[in-house]
Design a protein around this ligand. Structure first.
Ligand SMILES: Cc1ncc(COP(=O)(O)O)c(C=O)c1O
Length: 323
């Protein structure tokens, strides 16, 4: 990626970046496409600016690029590394299709790259911003996941036409981010500490993710788990006919286990009924393996009484009981 330092704007996290971009580019007539379901923090900002919002469905392979809107769209907001909330990673083929669509439609793509520091398997990803040939991508990065949300440092890598107005807007908002955290962070990166830290926590997170998946499989058998290539959460799709996501999450929380249905997990209202009723988001980085196994044992205790009873196949004799 060939960029000038002027194109990088330090902000107080991706949330602030989204606010600045919206202030610059979005008005009541502006057409904005979002992922469906979508990160609430983005969807609500566009809604607050009274944008005309077009949801684009997401499946287990990420944004469904065949359903991109045909009409004029000014902006599209996406999370290609690890779709929030579904966890899918956008394939290279879909990335090119999305860029092609942006180049021909004249839309800007907002690439929210919130947790790509944690890629566990598969080949390294090309950011949309790295593949872009027409300055169509506004790239957003953050240290909220790699260091901690309290640090409030993130950055915009802006197309050159937007760099100056965004820098001006940031100045008008708060005259820039505090320098001390930036200086410490810069030294941490320059002396190799940040990379060592990432390598270390990536391994810890990967072990915890593996423990979570193994514990679910041990208790529930064959399960539908997605979103595991990257990031800090995975998604478990509950089997149809059993306990719903809402009910499981509510009961789990009463017993001290924090798992979340899509909506509570900050997804916007645009999820499908199936996604709403059956998908559960599970974060794992901050939970030691032993506690993960204990938590899944608690979930099994809650979900088992709701397990769908299996009917015997109908044979030559009428069978009127269930096992
Ligand atoms: C998809 C997504 N984007 C952005 C953010 C916000 O990041 P920041 O803390 O940098 O504002 C979050 C926070 O969890 C998130 O999940």
């Amino acid at each position: 990626m060939n960029i000038d330092p002027e194109q990088i704007i330090i902000v107080g996290g991706i949330q602030e970046a989204l606010s600045l971009i919206t202030r610059l580019l979005v008005g009541s007539e502006t057409s904005v496409a979002i992922e469906s379901p979508c990160y609430q923090g983005a969807a609500y900002i566009f809604r607050a600016a009274r944008a005309q919002i077009t949801p684009v469905p997401v499946d287990k392979a990420g944004l469904d690029v065949d359903q991109l809107p045909e009409g004029p769209v000014s902006l599209i907001y996406v999370t290609p590394s690890h779709q929030y909330p579904l966890g899918s990673t956008l394939s290279l083929e879909r990335r090119f299709k999305l860029l092609e669509w942006a180049w021909t439609s004249g839309a800007y793509i907002i690439e929210d790259d919130y947790d790509s520091d944690f890629r566990y398997r598969g080949s390294p990803l090309f950011a949309l911003a790295g593949l872009d040939r027409h300055e169509s991508v506004i790239y957003l990065g953050t240290f909220s996941k790699s260091i901690g949300a309290g640090i409030r440092v993130g950055y915009i890598v802006a197309p050159s036409a937007l760099a100056e107005p965004l820098t001006t807007l940031k100045g008008l908002l708060n005259n820039g981010n505090p320098w001390l955290e930036q200086a410490v962070l810069a030294e941490f990166i320059a002396n190799g500490g940040f990379n060592r830290h990432l390598r270390k926590i990536r391994l810890v997170y990967l072990r915890r993710q593996a423990a979570l998946i193994a514990a679910i499989e041990a208790e529930f058998g064959e399960v539908d788990i997605t979103g595991t290539d990257c990031g800090m959460h995975l998604v478990w799709t509950l089997p149809p006919g059993g306990i719903t996501a809402d009910m499981l999450c509510e009961r789990a929380l009463e017993k001290g286990v924090g798992i979340y249905p899509l909506e509570a997990g900050a997804a916007s209202f645009t999820a499908t009924d199936e996604q709403r009723q059956r998908m559960v988001m599970m974060g794992f980085p901050s939970v030691p393996e032993e506690q993960i196994r204990e938590g899944i044992g608690i979930l099994a205790g809650i979900a088992r009484p709701h397990a769908r009873s299996r009917s015997l196949p109908s044979g030559p004799f009428p069978i009127d009981f269930e096992i």
